[in-house]
Structure formats: structure tokens, C-alpha cells
Design a protein around this ligand. Sequence first.
Ligand SMILES: *Cc1c(COP(=O)(O)O)cnc(C)c1O
Length: 396
Amino acid sequence: MKTDPSTKIFELLQFGEFGDVNPSICDSATFTFMQAKTMLDTFHGDAEGCFLYSRHWNPSNKYLADALAGMEGTESAWVTASGMAAITCSILQICSSGDHIVCSLTTYGGTFAFLFNYVKKFNIEVTFVDITKTEDVRQAIRPNTKMIYTETMTNPLLQISDIPALAKLADEHKLKLLVDNTFTPMVVAPFKLGAHVVVYSMTKFINGKNDCVAGAICASKEFIDSLSDVNAGTAMLLGPALDPLRSSSILKNLHTLHIRMKQHGKNAMYLAEKFKEYGVKINYPGLPGNSGHETLKRMMNPEFGFSGLIAIDMVSAEQASKLMEMMELAGVGYLAVSLGYFKTLFSNSGKSTSSEVPEEIQRDMGLSEGLVRFSVGLDNDIENTWQKIKSCLDRL
Ligand SMILES: *Cc1c(COP(=O)(O)O)cnc(C)c1O
């Protein structure tokens, strides 16, 4: 399976109305029409190329959405004001009161909180399973199940979902497979492996600059049209539209994503091997022998590497905090949540991005209180970065 999503982006002819190499930025909430009938047609979604109102569509968001659809191999896409907006709108578009969802137990903390606490008010039930056990997923499916929800590489345990196997299961039971691919853009293309809807927090690798939050939904034209339908579309009616100024800046950053993913992956592999040599318990799906290694290798576009996330186990929260504080002072990176930034970021997952997950569930899923997740940056001299980390470990 040799696909290079990056070429797909560059094939799209996108220049501004004055021939500017970057598409002109849309700076309007509303759009004029010369004929009243065209306005009516646009309301009904029948006027291709016309824009009505920026919460519905606008040219800047369309440029970015088209580029993302090109990258993902989907017919269409929609961009949102955050990753959570992409996730919640997609789920609420598919599920109604009385429906049931099968979800990976290890998911992003916000997604977990939404499915564990929030959807109860809509009478939507959720069963959490170990997503790496396809048989457990099958067992959890009920007559009212509508969706299987997972992340390609799960947060924060870096488990790997077997997307082709889950897609087969979903198709057999006429369910939608929804995949959050935030940790592995370009590395894995879930839609091409059978997923029905792919969601992103663009806040992370896709934008890569930590200057905004944003999200995306990539899917069939039918699904995206239903989301943006003026009468019943969840995205249109809940209204988490991305600001077009932001869309334009994210589009420019998207064009360097393929280079960044290669460098994140290369640096993460280097550090993972060094941690292993040093004798620290390390989790990186790029390492042979890792539980998700073979599954990821089967699904990935190898030229982009195994992504930039590694997790080490410092056993106790105290040791984790000590190491992180020392590393920050040593200039390794920042003690901060989030990922996909050009600088290295690290945080203690149990006490930060997964703190929404109750402690007993954290234990059930095997989340150590000493887990330090690194999002490895684009460092040019990663050997030097390792020397800094090593000196912190030596002094612990
Ligand atoms: C950050 C993140 C989200 C949420 O995205 P926001 O842009 O912060 O709303 C969802 N899923 C994953 C895997 C994430 O890392």
C-alpha cells in the first residue's frame, strides 16, 4: 500500500483570486448574491461554488477542508473550531437517543469524559472495551449499537487499533467506525483502511505550532453534507465553525506536515532506543517487540515513521514530576500538555490529560501514575537532547 498523501495536497490548484500563491483569506461572515434564486438554491445546498454564511461554509475553510480530504482520501471534509467539536459533532450526527456506542477504554480524556458522563443526558449508552481485542469488541455489540469509536494510536497508552479488523466488524454489523487519527496523520490513513469517519484535533501535528485549537472531520460527501445541512446538521446547528483566518494559517502549516512527521518519527525512535538502552521502561510502537508494532507496520505509510509520541514509566508520580522539572530546566523541552509541537513537550498523563479518567479506571487500563508522555520535537541535534535527558536521569 504505497500512498503519499502529501502529493495529493500539492496537486490541488489553490491560489488566490489575484494569483497570490496562498489562497486569499476570507474576511467575511456573509456573501452577496446577484440573483435571489441563487441564494435560495444555496440554502438548499444546490448551488455549487456559492457561499451563504461563514458558519455554513466559507472559501478559506473550503480550501483547508479540500486539502484534508485530499490527504485522507475522502470525498469531503469539514473543519471545526476544536478537535472536541469534530468528535462531538460526528458522534451526535450518527447517534440518537436510545443508541449504543462501543468505545476504546483508552481515549483522549475529553472524549472519555464526553462518552462517560455527558451523553447520558441524551440516553446514549457506551461500553468501553480493550480495543486491541477484536473479540471483546464483537461481544460488546448490541442490536442498538450504532458506532465503534477508537483512536489509531490511543492516548496515552499508545495502543494500536487494528483498523481493517474493526472496519470489517463494523461493516458486518452495519455500524460506523469512527477513528481519531490525531497522533498519526500521514502515518496512517484510516479511511483507506475502511474507517467511515476520520476525526482530527488539528491543534496537534497538523497545525504543529501550538498557536490555536482546531479540528477536522473527513468522510463521505453524504456525511459531510448531512453535518452542514441547514435544517438538521449537527455542525451547522451547534455552530463550532473554524475562523477563516485560522484556516488560512493552518493550510500553510499543513504543507510542511509530511516533513515534520518524518522528523518527529526519527527523533522519537532515537530517544526510544536510548531510553531502552538506559533501562527505563519505554513504550514506543516503533520498537520491535512493542505490543502494537506489527499492527502499526501493517497499516502505515512507512516513509513517515512511527510518529512522535513515546511514553516512559517512572513508576511513581513523584519521580515523574522530578524528572520533568529537571528536564525543563535542562532545556529538553516544556512541561506542558498537548503534542505535535516543534519543541518537545512532556506531561504526566494520569495527572493531566487523562485526569478526567477516574483513578480506578486508570489502574484497570494499565496507566501507571509515573507515566511520562513525550511529544518529541523537531530537534536538529537529537543526540544532544538525549545527553541532556541522560544527565537528568543520572541525577535522579
Ligand atoms: C487534543 C486531542 C483531542 C481534542 O482536541 P482539541 O483540539 O483540544 O479540542 C482529541 N483527541 C486527541 C487524540 C487529542 O490529542
